[in-house]
Ligand binder design. Structure first.
Ligand code: AHR
Length: 494
C-alpha cells in the first residue's frame, strides 16, 4: 500500500490575497473562439441574447468569470479598432492572417466585446495594437471606451449606442512583441512600451492598469530588460507559457496518449512554478515593493489540432489530463499571490485548453471548465500555508511531485483545500494535521475517471463531471483522505 502523505495546514497563519483574477480567461479572434463560440448574431437560429449564444453566456455566468482578455493574442497587434465600430454592414472584411487565413467580418468589435464582458459579469482586459499601429490608435481607442466627456470620440460611442463609458480596468500594450507582435528585441520593445503607454490615459473617473508585453517562457533577459528600462511605467508585466507535450514544432495528440505523455504533461505543467519563481526574482530586483504584477495572461495545454479541423483554428479535445493541468496551475498561482495577480487561461471557447466547446447549436463543458467551477471558493480568498511532503511521481524520464495543493480561507470564512493526485495509477492516502481550525466535518467534490483520456463529447456531454467526495474525514484534529489516482479534489471544512 502507498505510504500516507503527511501534511500540515496552518489555518491561523493567513497569507496573501488570492486575487479572483487568477481565474481569468482569454478570448481571441481565432477559429471559432468568437464567431460561433460566443457570437452568432441576432438573426441566428441558435438561441441568443442580442447576438451572444445563450448557452455559453449562461455557462460563463455560472462560473463567475472575473476577467476576460480580448481581442488577442497575435490578433491584437494587427487589429484596428475603428473597423469594429459603427453599422455592422459597413465594417470592412479583413483576412485573419494569423489564424487560418479566414475572413474576419469585424461583426464582433468594441461594443460587442465590452457589452459581452458586462453581460457575463467579467472585467475587461483589452490588448492594444503596438505591432502595426501608431500610438494615436491606442490613445483614441481608450478615449472612445472610457471618456465621460463630450469629446467627439465619446459622442461617437454614444451615437453607436453606448452612453456611459465602459469600465476598462486593464489595458495591454501589445502582445508577444518578441514574436507575432513585431519580432522585437527586448531593448527595443521596452523603449517602445515606454512611448506607447504614455498615450494611454486614464480618464478622471477610473484607473486603467497598464500591462506590459512580457516574456516567452524562460526568456529571463526579456523580463530583466523590461523591468530595468520600463518597470516604473507599468502596473503589470505579462508572461506566456504553454504546456506542450513534444515541442512547438512536433506536438502530440490531445486524446491519444500513454502514461509517458501523461507524465511529460504533468512535469511540464508543474514547470510554471519555476518560471514564476525566477521571473519574480528578477522583478524583485527592480520592484522590491511588488507594485508590478506578474500577469500570466496565456497559459494552458497546446496539442495537435483535432484531426479534420483547420489547423489554424487550434481546436483540440480536453480530457481528464487537462483537468489535472488546470488544477496544477491554479494551485501554483496561489503560491505566488505576492506577485501573480492575474492569469488568463487560453482560451475561453473552442480554442486550445478551452473551457467550452460549441458545434452548431450544441455546447459541451470541458473537464477544465469543471475544475474552474470547483475552484470558485478560492476567488478572493486568503491563502493558507499547507506543508506537504509529497512523494515524487515518476514515469520514464519524467518526474513531478505527486500531490499538487493549495489551501485558503474563502470569503465565506470557510477553509478550502484543493488536492490533485497526479499519479494516474496509484491512489494517495493523505493525512493533514489541522492547526488553527476547530473544524470537525469535511465535505468535498471530486473530478476523476477510469481512463486518463476520459472526455466530454457532444454525444456524451456529461461523462466527466464533478461528484460528491465522501472519502475524507476529520478525527482528533487530523483530516485523512484517500485521493484516487488521477483526481482533482476540493475539500470544504466545517
Ligand atoms: O493563444 C494562441 C496564441 O498563442 C496567441 O495568439 C499568442 O499570443 C500565443 O502565441
Amino acid at each position: 500500500a502507498p505510504a500516507t502523505v503527511p501534511m500540515e495546514l496552518h489555518a491561523d497563519e493567513p497569507g496573501g490575497h488570492v486575487s479572483r483574477n487568477l481565474f481569468g480567461q482569454f478570448a481571441e479572434h481565432l477559429g471559432t473562439g468568437i464567431y460561433g463560440g460566443v457570437w452568432v448574431g441576432e438573426d441566428s437560429k441558435i438561441p441568443n441574447v442580442d447576438g451572444y449564444r445563450k448557452d455559453v453566456v449562461d455557462a460563463l455566468r455560472k462560473l463567475d468569470v472575473p476577467v476576460v482578455r480580448w481581442p488577442g493574442g497575435c490578433f491584437a497587434d494587427e487589429y484596428h479598432w475603428r473597423e469594429g465600430v459603427g453599422p455592422r454592414d459597413r465594417r470592412p472584411v479583413r483576412v485573419n492572417t494569423h489564424w487560418g487565413g479566414v475572413t474576419e467580418s469585424n461583426a464582433f468589435g468594441t461594443h460587442e466585446f465590452m457589452n459581452f464582458a458586462e453581460l457575463i459579469g467579467a472585467q475587461a482586459y483589452v490588448a492594444g495594437n503596438v505591432g502595426d499601429a501608431p500610438p494615436e490608435e491606442m490613445a483614441s481607442w481608450v478615449e472612445y471606451m472610457t471618456s465621460p466627456t463630450q469629446s467627439t470620440l465619446a459622442n461617437e460611442r454614444r451615437a453607436n449606442g453606448r452612453d456611459q463609458p465602459w469600465q476598462l480596468p486593464y489595458f495591454g500594450i501589445g502582445n508577444e512583441l518578441w514574436g507575432c507582435g513585431g519580432n522585437m528585441r527586448p531593448e527595443y520593445a521596452a523603449d517602445l512600451y515606454r512611448r506607447y503607454q504614455t498615450f494611454v490615459k486614464s480618464p478622471a473617473t477610473q484607473h486603467i492598469d497598464k500591462i506590459a508585453p512580457g516574456a516567452n517562457v524562460d526568456d529571463y533577459h526579456w523580463t530583466d530588460v523590461m523591468m530595468k528600462v520600463a518597470g516604473k511605467f507599468m502596473d503589470g508585466l505579462s508572461l506566456h507559457y504553454y504546456t506542450i507535450p513534444g515541442n512547438f514544432e512536433h506536438k502530440k495528440s490531445a486524446t491519444d496518449f500513454d502514461e509517458n505523455d501523461w507524465a511529460e504533461t504533468m512535469q511540464k505543467a508543474h514547470y510554471m512554478d519555476e518560471l514564476i519563481t525566477r521571473h519574480s526574482a528578477i522583478m524583485d530586483k527592480y520592484d522590491p515593493d511588488k507594485k508590478v504584477a506578474l500577469v500570466v495572461d496565456e497559459w494552458g495545454t497546446w496539442y495537435l489540432p483535432t484531426p479534420g479541423t483547420n489547423p489554424g483554428f487550434l481546436q483540440q479535445q480536453n480530457t481528464l489530463r487537462d483537468a489535472l493541468v488546470a488544477a496544477i496551475h491554479l494551485n501554483i498561482f496561489q503560491h505566488h499571490t505576492d506577485r501573480v495577480r492575474m492569469a488568463n487561461i487560453a482560451q475561453m471557447v473552442n480554442v486550445l485548453q478551452a473551457m467550452i466547446f460549441t458545434q452548431g447549436d450544441r455546447m459541451v463543458l470541458t473537464p477544465t471548465y469543471h475544475v474552474f467551477m470547483m475552484y470558485k471558493p478560492f476567488m478572493d480568498a486568503t491563502h493558507l500555508p499547507l506543508d506537504v511532503e509529497s512523494p515524487i511521481y515518476r514515469h520514464g524520464d519524467w518526474s513531478v511531485p505527486q500531490i499538487s495543493s493549495a489551501a485558503a480561507r474563502g470569503k465565506d470564512g470557510q477553509v478550502y483545500i484543493a488536492l490533485a493526485n497526479l499519479d494516474p495509477e496509484h491512489a494517495a492516502p493523505v493525512s493533514i494535521k489541522l492547526d488553527g481550525t476547530a473544524a470537525r466535518r469535511v465535505s468535498g467534490r471530486i473530478l476523476t475517471a477510469k481512463t486518463m483520456n476520459a472526455m466530454n463529447t457532444f454525444a456524451e456531454p456529461d461523462k466527466l463531471v464533478p461528484t460528491a467526495f465522501d472519502g475524507a474525514k476529520i478525527r482528533s484534529g487530523r483530516l485523512s483522505a484517500e485521493l484516487p489516482a488521477k483526481s482533482v479534489v476540493v475539500l470544504e471544512l466545517h
